[in-house]
Design a binder for this molecule. Sequence first.
Ligand code: ME8
Length: 534
Amino acid sequence: MSPDSKQTGSDDRAYITTPIYYVNDRPHIGHAYTTTLCDVWARAMRAVGKDVFFLTGTDEHGVKVEKSARERGIEPQALADENAAEFERVLQIFGLTNDDFIRTTQDRHVRQVQNLVRRLRDTDAVYLGEFEGWYDEGQEEYVTENRARETDYKSPISGRPLVKATEKNYYFRLSAFQDRLETMFDSEPDFVRPLARRNEVLGRLREGLQDVPITRTNFSWGIPFPDDESHVIYVWIDALMNYATALGFGDDAPETEHLRTYWPADFHVIGKEILWFHAVIWPAILMALELPMPRCVYAHSFWISEGQKMSKSLGNFIDLPTIEGYMETYGLDAWRWYMVVQGPLGATDADFQAAGFHETYTTDLVNTVGNCASRTTAMISKYFDGVVPSDEGITFDGWDFEAEIGASVARWRLAMDEFALDAACESAIGIFRTIDAFINATEPFKVAKDDSRRAELASILARCAEALRVGSVLLAPVLPNKMAALHEALALDAGASEISFDESTGWSEILAGRTVRKVALFPRIDAPTIETTS
Ligand code: ME8
């Protein structure tokens, strides 16, 4: 596979990853959000016919896990097992379609990280050195003298004082990759998205890179450095490598050869706070390992809650029980919809509001998607005994309905390819708005009163049903359960997903003669009732 093939989007394989989540935290909206975005994209790419590998998992080493476990009087592995199980449960609850779940304490990962680090040391990309610098304990990273001065020797994240630290450690020769990284940022303007995030990273990159320590000696809960076990591999290097070890790059074993064909990732989807590691350190490691670069590191922004940063003390955390409350009231698909269309996909944070959730549900799902589906199926039931009529080819002034639907499909396809999931949803729901407008303009309920206009009535409803079918294909990645229900109501075979994307979204007469059922997809719900539980 050529390293460039992903850039053109021509490859028939796709690889998408979430961050691997720390097991010292309970799952919350942030984790559910990133994983849901990846799930929507993975489903969409499968629908367009790609062979997708969707990876998520848990980050289980490091001093924080060691400390939390000690506080509870249990072994770090026991804590990791408990919380990793909780993260896996989330995947079940949300019906997420990841192809693998990697845990950094698994043998396959540990062994391969050691091999990869050995490879880096053998090529002198990793060396033993001594270092003195300003250390941000909360972030577990060193900051340059310049940056430390700028922030008055305090952490820009936690505000706590930076500490002067000296260590004998193994270092990754990050500075050696300065030019290659800058060249790559120039030649691949979409390598980091959104654009505002790219500019931030590029600005910091141009300040100059320092080598980074990749081992620690002050804790033991980590992967031992190969052939020098007094050091453990720093949790970040261990964690980043998951994207490669899941596909078997650390031992190139024949049984994982097929997995390596998914490389490189189309999207490493992450939150903005971990961008530096993904946009600079990770590519440099890949350069050192001579592995092709990912197509894009996509760093979304943050959910805040009712106008404030989420925190335990404010009790406004959107945690798992709260999310489950929303899912019980509005359904899983409604949750996914809100995540994707109102979430912080771009460069600004998004505010989670119960009222906003309710409004989005009512406007988009009840009044648009649901209403359109029930209107169309109800009229077919009433005027044609539920049997979808054939399109009689009548033209309606000012309407090129089929072309409008086709244009929405094309926009959806382009947006999905670029991970513009919100724009893709907008294109998909646009089909439902078009159907509504078409019904309002052609007034089938009036046409039905005149027996001499049956051909006109048939043409209107055949087209609406067909557009409904196409729209349901485009919405399925984000609303998989409700669109499955709609497919069933439209008497489409379960095997419909087997046909190609072009066939399933092309204009057809596939529904003509089928008996459809009246369908109510999204019940109207009175008022927001869900409280945050934490
Ligand atoms: O950082 N809004 O793990 P983590 C949106 N283990 N997304 C959020 C969020 C919020 N308020 N809070 C968290 C780690 N996230 C490392 C990653 S990867 C090699 C190692 C999401 O458990 C977002 O994706 O702290 C963020 O990057 C991730 O959770 C951090 O998860």
